[in-house]
Design a protein around this ligand. Sequence first.
Ligand code: SF4
Length: 433
Amino acid sequence: MSGLAPTVDLPIRKATPGCDDIPVLRERGQREVFCGLTGIVWLHRKIQDAFFLVVGSRTCAHLVQSAAGVMIFAEPRFATAIIDDRDLAGIADVNEELDRVVSQLIARRPDIKLLFLVGSCPSEVIKIDLKRASERLSQLNQPRVRVLHYSGSGIETTFTQGEDACLAALVPEMPAAAAASDGGLIVVGCLADVVEDQFIRIFGELGVGPLQFLPPRRAGELPEIGPDTRYILAQPFLTETARALEERGAVRIAAPFPLGIEGTLAWFEAAAEPFGVTAATVARVTAPAVARAKRAIAHYRPMLDGKSIFFFPDSQLEIPLARFLSRELGMRLTEVGTPYLHRGHLADELALLPDGIVLSEGQDVDRQLDRCRDASPDIVVCGLGLANPLEAVGITTKWSIELLFTPIQGFDQAGDLAELFARPLNRRTRLEV
Ligand code: SF4
């Protein structure tokens, strides 16, 4: 993409009445981000009977394979149907080929209950109609396997949007709640099982429910949804999923995201409030977990307090992370970059950011690298493509993708989250001694 001049200053209205607006530096230019296929790596671990078939090129196959390299010994639940030169000559052949590949796959893998056809840049460029293909294949394989589709293409998207597209594809499949249902709560966004188990325990003690998760661990356990259903986002990058849930009548509970003690506590308070549970009850139930988290964070605070941090836009987790690192660990925020800024979903987070930071949306990577060098931060959060060049000039980096592969949400992970930033700084200090 060619670089365009940046435009400055779309004010964001803070959620707290009376607070200032934060100006946003909006940039459009060359970007350094992974595509949505990357999401397959954590999605396939979460939905344990789903299979992800990328319809793409050899490049797509290599990306997924290397991103998921750690899973090499596991029974794979992802693969790539390679579009080759012959396919490019005739779309009809591609559909036949796809049907053949899917039939073979389903015959070989009786454990698969849900198959995602995942679009890529090549499949979008040559306009393979994956919607029709998934409908056709679903009919052919019913009731054993449901076939859905979504796009993981890297055209104008960033890597966490793969999860958003995947979850949005699940929403129309969610069963309608019974008319007499008392609504319940859906927690939306992929969470590590260990985090989900902790959340289930806390919600159970609070008496909040029925509690359901999107995505579920098994394809047959999709949450029920209806006009009385409330949902709360556990991840900040689920714009399309939220829209689809609201089209089905569900109502979003606004909250900060469950990162760090403050975010997690506020998240539980917000989730529990519509169920008649007071903040005092949430504080009592979560007190032991909060105390543990405080001890864990206190260990890392001396290593991070006063250190400066710069976020390149990548995962869309940047704003909640910046809030946690500045408010609970005393880090100084220089620039906080995010690929996209959803003002509604991030309103409670924006209200907690300190004054005087640069908030940027989108990317013009050369300009941003200049600003980063000028700011000379102690640590930079960025994608893999930028990490090596920055490390080569002596800047400590943290790969943003690690934050998706590591359990970081909730009280009991707050210390681990702090450690993810303390460790590289600590290593650099030891190397310099
Ligand atoms: Fe590359 Fe696009 Fe394939 Fe992603 S989907 S690996 S960006 S070609």
